[in-house]
Design a protein around this ligand. Sequence first.
Ligand code: GLN
Ligand code: ZN
Length: 768
Amino acid sequence: MALAHNLGFPRIGRDRELKKAQEAFWKGELDEAGLRAVGRELRATHWQVQKDAGIELLPVGDFAWYDQVLTHSLTFGVIPARFGAQDGAKPTLHTLFAMARGVSDNCCGAHAQEMTKWFDTNYHYLVPEFTADQAFTLSWEQLFEEVDEAKALGHAVKPVVIGPLTYLWLGKAKGGDFDKLELVDRLLPLYDTIFNRLAGQGVEWVQIDEPILALDLPQDWKNAYERVYNILQRAPLKKLVATYFGGLEDNLGLAANLPVDGLHIDLVRAPEQFPTILDRLPAYKVLSLGVVNGRNVWRCDLEKALGVLRHAAERLGERLWVAPSCSLLHSPVDVAREDQLDAELQSWLAFAVQKCQEVAVLAKAIDAPQAPEVLVALEQSRAVQASRAASPRIHKPVVQARVAAIEPADSQRQSVFAQRIVKQRAVLDLPAFPTTTIGSFPQTASIRLARRAYKQGQLAEADYIEAMQNEIRQAVQIQEQLGLDVLVHGEAERNDMVEYFAEQLDGYAFTRFGWVQSYGSRCVKPAVIVGDLSRPKAMTVGWSTYAQGLTDKPMKGMLTGPATMLMWSFPREDVSRETQARQLALAIRDEVLDLEAAGIRIVQIDEAAFREGLPLRRNAWPHYLDWATEAFRLCASGVRDETQIHTHMCYSEFNDVIESIAAMDADVITIETSRSDMELLAAFERFNYPNEIGPGVYDIHSPRVPGKEAMVELLRKAALRIPAERLWVNPDCGLKTRGWPETEAALVNMVAAARELRGDGLVVGSKG
Ligand code: GLN
Ligand code: ZN
């Protein structure tokens, strides 16, 4: 008897009902009762959908207003003082949303909690803030209420909580230097209370998520595991510790031997841990195998998964559970909702609802291999695998041959940087401290309106092009007036830096309802890489040459790099990520060459997601950095020495990857630094970055107009570490979320700052 269970279901609703309700509530268009009703209905629907799919133990606690880590902070009373929960008053839904979104109020404003990525997903959680004297008190009843709610509906449930060590790991120690691990003894009694209350509600199993067990953990955190779970052991219900997003590796023995009743492991990300775990797991324990990918959109190869499960069942018998690899929070909701996919593609896809069905049928196949629904499902799965294996829309011999023919020289510029830069300077004739921007200019309402009308067929192509050309013309005019040195066309024609290119490449597909929560009410709908990728025709050359025709200043061509394209799409599972990156790189390389041939002298290839692609485990970094760096170089290396390649990255934690960034060998890199006050420069103490660099001199995420002096200050600081002749002056990211007035005001000051620096005489022969 293998048991089918689920680690978590997406909360947003198949039509993003939760997003809509929350946003209406924030605007005051929906009252709290109305909002709560939407939540209740979504939970009821989701439990029923999972049950109908054949899931036997349903998750509770996966629903959250805004974010599940935030729910835990409320539950534990980890509410920073600025949100005003004094006098032991219980927090309300308003407290919760204030923590998530901040309060802008003249008298008592409070900034929101920091948000950061949930492991290596595109989901963002709200970072708990701990103080040295942090107290933990049970302050939020949501989990218990939802358990009652599910029970009232007649469901068998398994509450899901984030484990104490993972919860502490995710938070930040504020105000003074202390070790947050020391808080664990204060936190544990609360877990005990929670577990006892759940047991009192008739709960048999609780799922305790400890995904940090798939990370490189410091020794003191490893040591804490055994002690913590020895204490938690007393609570009178069964505990399943869930790990995901990677293999347990050196933590495998530790995880296997925790004094709990079951362990979940991710066999999609780390299939290699399977045989070992069977040998290491104590004989009393349940083993939950995550064999259905919770992070992607492809149907599971049931036969392959079943091979593993059968083997496990022989050893485990009743102690085998079947599950998705991780919570389905990271997959879209229901592929049946898609109404415009062709039947073949649709038959290849599985979203959360379908993944639950896959889990259920796999469990069933263990117990009743001849059951009709098992036979049908296996037959369908075989058919899907066969049609994929033979499909000409996946396998393109021309693309594969091109990838196979890549030679080392293709990823190598003709000359070294020192020689290239001399030629580039001669062609470009730029002043010292050249000024530029990152690519996009404000996406005004009129731009969005025109784009939408065009997409919906209400605006003729010629009219759309004219509208965009008007935008470009204005952007060029403004940049010339501002006195910027290297111009951009402004990216008015782009909705999104990945989707814009994906739509023009062969091998991508798009869903209509494939939304995944990114943070709060924000959802993203990543493009799907279906098959071998290629570029049928030039993608940006028309816009860039139009823009260049309006000015004598160099106009940057603007592209998105392969690692970023890949990271922000649903990738294929039948070929490696590096193969997909190479295919993307060849397509982008062709675009770079077309831009060059059309007279564009500078091409920027954005790699916004380069760093976030880093694997969770250090030992996997070198491989990733190798192929991601090589893919970038493949894009960039076809051009002549005179053509200047830029790249852009949106974060400042470079210290640990600066060698790889240098190995990308872009002539110029622009990066974020302003928010961290040039923290990045620390990296340059250790490593001498060889090429040109534009450390962002102001934060585009804030509407505040930066003063000239502050930017001069930052640049002088930078010039202490980086030779002045290699410094560029630019904002720290694209300006599309800003308005024009603040953008112009900021750039006026930025250009003035550059001019002041030219007067410093830091660069010999500077023309100022
Ligand atoms: N060129 C893009 C822009 O300016 C870069 C966006 C990004 O780095 N996220 O919008
Ligand atoms: Zn950026």
